[in-house]
Design a protein around this ligand. Structure first.
Ligand SMILES: [Cu+2]
Length: 168
């Protein structure tokens, strides 16, 4: 006679929560790593600058003012207003290294409208997109190092639009 032996396997199902692994080590490590990766953001003074682009003909177009002075180690909030009203008088504001304006302008024409006539060039410090007639555009950027810089309009043909920014 065969003896049938039944093995009764009792499987215990532990409900969720019966044994929650208490191991905080990984999350603590993660928190430390996050703290390390958070950069200390220095609160910089915000300096507001307003620049107008004016003129109804190629001989009139200009920035107003043509000289700006700002303190160093600040954050600049620059507003460009296109005050021209004649058709096609579009402008941008491009802050560049002193003396690089002519090269940036011609490279800007190659960069084309889709790039707001601003080339990818390390001498470009900050810029606005092209402002339509009557449009106001604001950009924010950190003031560059102490020194003098040019601001130009890289819209094709507007090479006469130039100003000087002094960081003091
Ligand atoms: Cu212009």
């Amino acid at each position: 006679m065969k003896k049938l032996v039944y093995f009764i396997a009792i499987t215990s199902f532990f409900a969720c929560g019966a044994e929650v692994k208490k191991d905080n080590a990984p999350s603590e490590v993660k928190a430390e790593a996050m703290e390390e990766s958070i950069e200390v953001v220095e609160e910089k003074e915000l300096i507001e600058i307003k620049v107008a682009a004016i003129g109804e003909s190629m001989s009139e177009i200009a920035f107003e003012p043509t000289t700006l002075s700002i303190p160093s180690n600040t954050r600049i909030k620059l507003t460009l207003e296109n005050k021209s009203s004649a058709a096609g008088m579009l402008h941008n504001f491009v802050l560049v290294e002193l003396g690089s304006g002519a090269e940036i302008s011609s490279a800007g024409i190659k960069a084309g409208k889709k790039n707001n006539f601003v080339p990818k060039d390390k001498r470009v410090i900050a810029y606005t997109k092209i402002a339509q007639i009557g449009e106001t555009i604001t950009v924010e950027f950190d003031a560059p190092a102490k020194g003098s810089y040019h601001y130009i309009c890289t819209y094709p043909g507007h090479i006469s639009m130039v100003g000087r920014l002094n960081v003091e």
